[in-house]
Design a protein around this ligand. Structure first.
Ligand SMILES: [Zn+2]
Length: 393
């Protein structure tokens, strides 16, 4: 990517030039030592801090990773087909090394695909994998959808599904067939679905909205400029998208309307705004959060985050959003991913990378460990999730 924001580039160049040693500054402009044309995406500053670096190869307590994507549903034009993007045997090897007791594969689809995912994961390896179902989105505009969807939940429960995953497409992508109007997150057509999972004690893993910066212009003031530049289709600025707050409030309406149903709001619900998330947790006793792909947010506000973990220690679950592939390093499944999460939760290390990548992929900042107490670690690593999905503690 070429840097088009000239002032941003100039600012970086100035910073690099100032940091160069005396001798280097004396060389001619444009020489490799000064690198006057250094583009921001090539800049990989190494921290000069002399601070403790703790290696945490295994978690202090057994982990349930509540948020992983071993399978994906709906490929090849068949909405109930399932695709395995990770090999269960490879998952188990990483799990054994990293002290992960269970991986929750949230994107299990429905129908025949769901049965296949349950068979190859949950049934083949009891206790090590758990599979969630997903709504049949392609049917959402059909007459009779509400009953069809509630029946699908019952079918999924009988097949062994332990929860329901709702991707962020509800509220941001799902549109009416025909009019192409966005389907509101709190549309009453989903009420029978929310009730059906509640009556079967299947928690809902729900991703709503996205980082606040994704709703702002992709300009030089956007703190996630590089991430949005790499993934321009992640932007929800302009067009007919609701605002972040409208989406958050619509989800609150759903939680209020279905008090028997437990909602795990993924990605800390709204990780840049912990006061707002606290307000939500205080007013919705059926709300929980996971921390998946948001240690980059929590770890840059370590004092507020530590208080948040202490206060809501019974309602936070461990998750990583672990996926195959390297395009989102903060989620790439493997040993390195888990070691960073463990370091963040267990140590008081300072100013370290939140993702195994040469440049912090979600924004150019680093994070600080929380040093959580044993009691909080035990709950967040596994006990809270075990209670939610009905596994023995
Ligand atoms: Zn996810």
């Amino acid at each position: 990517m070429a840097l088009s924001a000239g002032t941003f580039a100039a600012g970086r160049r100035a910073a690099v030039a100032q940091a160069a040693p005396q001798g280097a500054q004396a060389t001619k402009a444009g020489s490799p030592a000064q690198d006057a044309g250094l583009a921001v995406e090539r800049y990989e500053p190494k921290s000069m801090l002399h601070v403790p670096e703790t290696h945490v190869p295994r978690s202090r307590f057994p982990v349930i990773d509540f948020h992983t994507h071993i399978t994906s549903a709906g490929g090849g034009g068949n909405p109930s087909a399932i695709h395995f993007s990770m090999d269960p045997a490879n998952c188990l090897a990483v799990m054994d090394r990293k002290n992960i007791r269970t991986m929750v594969n949230v994107t299990g689809g429905y129908g025949d695909g769901l049965r296949e995912a349950i068979g190859k994961l949950q049934t083949a390896h009891p206790g090590r994998f758990v599979v969630f179902t997903e709504p049949a989105w392609t049917r959402a505009s059909d007459a009779g959808y509400s009953k069809f969807q509630a029946d699908q939940i019952e079918d999924a429960f009988k097949a062994g599904a332990k929860g329901l995953k709702v991707l962020k497409n509800l509220g941001l992508f799902l549109r009416e067939q025909g009019s192409q109007k966005l389907v509101p997150l709190d549309d009453p057509r989903f009420d029978p679905m929310w009730e059906a999972v509640g009556s079967r004690k299947m928690p809902v893993a729900i991703h709503t909205s996205d980082p606040e910066a994704f709703f702002l212009p992709i300009d030089r003031f956007n703190e996630r400029w590089e991430e949005l530049h790499a993934h321009p289709n992640w932007s929800f600025h302009g067009k007919d998208f609701p605002s972040d707050r409208e989406l958050q409030e619509a989800r609150r309406t759903v939680m209020r309307r279905h008090p028997r149903t437990q909602f795990v709001c993924l990605h800390v619900a709204n990780s840049e705004n912990l006061p707002y998330v606290s307000e939500c947790l205080d007013s919705h006793p059926n709300m929980f959060v996971d921390i998946a792909a948001r240690i980059g947010e929590l770890g840059r506000q370590p004092r507020m985050a530590r208080k948040f973990f202490d206060r809501y220690q019974d309602r936070i679950v461990f998750g990583t959003d672990a996926s195959a592939g390297a395009s989102t390093p903060q989620q790439t499944f493997g040993d390195a991913l888990y070691e960073i999460y463990y370091r963040f939760l267990e140590t008081e290390d300072e100013y370290f990378d939140y993702a195994p990548a040469p440049v912090p992929p979600q924004g150019r900042w680093r994070i600080y460990g929380l040093g959580l107490s044993e009691q909080v670690l035990r709950k967040v690593y596994g006990e809270n999730a075990a209670r939610l999905i009905g596994l023995s503690a």
